[in-house]
Design a protein around this ligand. Structure first.
Ligand SMILES: [Zn+2]
Length: 345
């Protein structure tokens, strides 16, 4: 313990050579030396599209809506005007069934939205989420082990990997045909990237990039999204395909496999509780463009605290997004995109 009484201010001390504070004395110096800079063009803005007219606010995600196609086009326009150059689409179908037929229907809700947004804003990068959970009546990310497909060696209701790959390929192809710029498989099925790559290539879409949700955890931070996309599993959970939050070495294996299968970009999801994972994956594969998903639960917590006046929404949001980028993300999928773009101006 330092004895303050023994401190003699006149005592001769060695000169301090290193004084990091020298470089923090003025705002101009701090600006010059900032290591991480956020830009509106780093953001991908999620849009939830549904049939019908108008828009409905999602209770647990203030400021985020389920949008009809025309409203989604309007929202894309707002994004473009604020400097956000990319959206990712999630669809809420008119009806659900065990396979999720609307997911690859030519007039499916996402298919309509891709065409409408690309028609109005050809420059906008339209990313599409490719999974089954929003379209299936059971709410799971794949074809279930039941009925005709039943495999006795696997648990009843288990998500069957290879039959699901066929559906994912059909979905990705149908998005490609509507003009999607990037397809993003999110179901954590083994070999989903190579299956989609093959299907796209065979149909002449060899130049369409795949952004793989390579490292996606079975996280409790997805709660509000399930209300937004109406995609909560009707029973069980997603732990047989999404990763255990306790694991990080496994993230490297998932990322390496997806690169081998032809992924053009990788993603870590969620972002905030997984900054270490983003960094580890970035260090292992620095050549790969990396996305991170700042998920619904992360957004909802900031909104709730800000509504109560407990945190400064703008500052907390920009600090969070900066941290995600500093951890190694090149692009960030975030519900804060439009607000953050405004605050960055
Ligand atoms: Zn899913």
């Amino acid at each position: 313990m330092l004895d303050i009484n023994k401190h003699d201010p006149s005592a001769q001390r060695a000169p301090l050579i290193a004084r990091p504070r020298r470089l923090r004395t003025s705002a101009a110096l701090r600006d010059m030396l900032r290591e991480t800079e956020l830009n509106a063009r780093d953001f991908i803005y999620p849009l939830f599209v549904r049939h019908g007219k108008g828009k409905t606010e999602i209770r647990s995600m203030p400021g985020i809506y389920q949008l009809s196609v025309d409203e989604a086009v309007r929202e894309a326009e707002t994004a473009a005007k604020s400097g956000v150059k990319s959206v990712i689409l999630f669809g809420i179908p008119a009806s659900k069934d065990p396979v999720g037929l609307e997911n690859f229907a030519p007039d499916g809700i996402v298919q309509q939205a891709i065409r409408a947004i690309k028609r109005e804003f050809p420059e906008m990068i339209v990313v599409t989420d490719v999974c089954l959970c929003e379209y299936t009546d059971h709410g799971h990310c794949g074809v279930l082990n039941t009925g005709d497909a039943y495999r006795p060696e696997l648990p009843e209701g288990y998500v069957l990997n290879d039959p699901t790959l066929d559906v994912l390929s059909k979905v990705a192809l149908s998005h490609a045909e509507c003009g999607a710029d990037i397809v993003a498989p999110s179901g954590m099925m083994d070999a989903m990237v190579s299956s989609i790559r093959t299907a796209l290539d065979e149909s002449g879409y060899e130049n369409l990039p795949i952004l793989s949700y390579a490292v996606k955890y079975a996280s409790s931070f997805y709660g509000p999204f399930r209300e937004a996309a109406d995609g909560a599993p009707k029973f069980g959970d997603r732990k047989s395909h999404q990763m255990d939050p306790a694991n990080v070495r496994e993230a490297l294996r998932e990322a390496a496999l997806d690169i081998e299968e032809g992924a053009d970009m990788l993603m870590v999801k969620p972002a905030l509780a997984y900054l270490d994972v983003i960094r580890v994956v970035k260090n292992a594969f620095p050549e790969m463009p990396m996305a991170a998903y700042n998920v619904s639960g992360e957004y909802a917590m900031v909104k709730a605290a800000a509504t109560n006046g407990w945190v400064d929404e703008a500052r907390v949001t920009l600090e969070t997004l900066t941290a995600i980028k500093r951890a190694g993300a090149d692009v960030i999928i975030t519900y804060h995109a439009l607000d953050a773009a405004k605050w960055l101006k």
